[in-house]
Design a protein around this ligand. Structure first.
Ligand code: CMC
Length: 427
């Protein structure tokens, strides 16, 4: 703990403890501020507010560092697998060989969904956005699995967590199949987590499907890059929903709803749409000018981040993965050239330099996903699939924290002061 922070209001002096984490900025503990001073703090968007204590993920936005339980994302992306990272996030450590096989076996045995859940898909129009389907179907899981909803029992919490991680690829693939009018494909437990997802998405019952190892590896890496990201909007939504003691499946559905927005996970879809709209490097200056124009709401999608004021380390790995996938599939996409040149132009432009705006994880991911064969409407679904492990790990951490209380922000009220009701004929 560091020195106390001194605070003065209405002529009175107060002191608040300064907490220090393993790494990262000091945190002034103002929990007693309101009780002692009668004042709140004002921080819309939570730019200066830590909402919880966490051991899961650390970001140094200035340096462009992302660690999961201490391990740099670049090392995990390069050397690990999504199942290992899932174990790391959920259970606290990288697994031993036995733990790994036990964990993957557990997840694999939960990949099927209740047969009745299939009926939920039929309720959606066939042109429904897959994220709309995800919000509905994942929320509906809360009506199916009643034996894992005592959130005060750590074993039940872990079962719910395993179910969510395991079923998300099945549910996501079914959302895709429904949108293209193909039959659902059941999971094949002989395949890896990621291989199974690819088969359920791109396979058809009429013929065998062979998982391409390089694509499986690239997809697995994309899942790793999205697995967790500290207290972002959707994770905070999951925590806030969970803080009331809500059903775990419903909490994750709340996270999916939040993720969908274009300022958050929806940016991968928006970024690729933007790159396609630009279409040719000659048009980049026009779009850069629009992004800088205060009177134009347009922003460069896949650019900028609340926390990173440097290159998002996930974007570097993603850019490298685009090259690998293109090489493997022997394809080229002019959109990648547009993206590379857009990045270069923006990074040399004083507007983006001054505001410290760099490419984020969403800038390049869509180019890879599109090369693999996913339509843009599935991009955010894939983000949700991978982020589910982060959400459940954060939710577990919150519930097991003895200091956890229901989340309940305050406000700066600027509406009318108390006034008397006037009947309608006198207004
Ligand atoms: N293009 C142009 N200007 C931008 C951009 C952008 N992409 N991002 C931020 N700015 C400007 C913004 O106009 C503001 O300027 P000023 O100070 O003159 O008003 C300044 O930079 C700070 O922006 P902000 O909106 O106050 O920053 P924020 O921390 O609230 O927002 C953000 C962060 C990610 C929502 C924002 O950068 C953005 O909208 N980016 C585009 C959407 C995007 O790529 N989102 C994905 C984020 S990473 C993955 C994820 O979270 O899912």
């Amino acid at each position: 703990m560091g020195d106390n922070a001194k605070f003065s209001i209405n002529g009175e002096d107060y002191e608040y403890p300064v907490l220090t984490g393993t790494v990262g900025p000091d945190v002034v503990d103002i929990r007693k501020l309101y009780g002692q001073t009668g004042a709140f703090t004002y921080d819309p968007g939570f730019t200066s507010t830590a909402s919880c204590e966490s051991e899961l993920t650390f970001i140094d936005g200035g340096e462009g560092v992302l660690l999961h339980r201490g391990y740099p994302i670049e090392q995990l992306a390069e050397q690990s697998s999504f199942m290992e990272v899932a174990h790391l996030l959920l259970r606290g450590e990288l697994p031993t060989a036995d733990e790994y096989s036990d964990f993957t076996n557990t997840i694999t045995r939960h990949t099927m969904v209740h047969e009745q859940l299939r009926g939920f898909y039929q309720g959606f129009r066939r042109d429904a956005h897959p994220m709309a389907i995800m919000c509905g179907v994942v929320g509906a899981l809360s009506a199916f699995y009643h034996d894992s909803t005592d959130i005060n029992d750590p074993a039940q919490r872990m079962i719910a967590s395993h179910r969510l991680v395991a079923k998300m690829p099945t549910i996501a693939a079914m959302a895709y199949k429904y949108s293209i009018g193909q039959p659902f494909v059941y999971p094949d437990n002989d395949l890896s987590y990621t291989g199974n997802f690819l088969r359920m998405t791109f396979g058809v019952p009429a013929e065998p499907y062979e998982v391409h190892p390089a694509i499986e590896k690239a997809m697995d890496r994309i899942f790793i890059l999205h697995a967790d990201h500290e207290q972002n909007a959707s994770t905070s939504t999951v925590r806030l929903a969970g803080s009331s003691g809500a059903n775990p499946f419903a909490c994750i559905a709340a996270g999916i709803a939040c993720l969908w927005g274009p300022a958050h996970g929806g940016a991968n879809e928006a970024a690729l749409n933007m790159l396609k709209e630009i279409g040719h490097p000659d048009r980049i200056p026009e779009y850069i000018a629009r992004a800088k124009d205060k009177d134009d709401p347009f922003r460069l999608m896949g650019f900028g981040h609340r926390v990173y004021k440097n290159y998002d380390p996930r974007a570097s790995v993603m850019q490298e993965t685009v090259r690998e996938v293109f090489e493997t599939l022997k394809v080229k996409d002019p959109v990648f050239d547009v993206a590379l040149q857009l990045e270069e132009m923006a990074l040399n432009d004083p507007y983006f330099i001054d505001k410290k705006l760099f490419p984020n994880v969403d800038f390049y991911s869509g180019i890879i996903l599109s090369a693999i064969g996913f339509p843009t409407s599935m991009f955010t679904v894939l983000f949700a699939l991978a982020r589910t492990v982060g959400w459940v790990a954060q939710w577990n951490e919150m519930i097991s924290d003895p200091g956890q209380r229901i989340g309940r922000p305050r406000q700066l009220y600027t509406g009318p002061a108390k006034r008397d009701y006037v009947s309608i004929d006198k207004r």
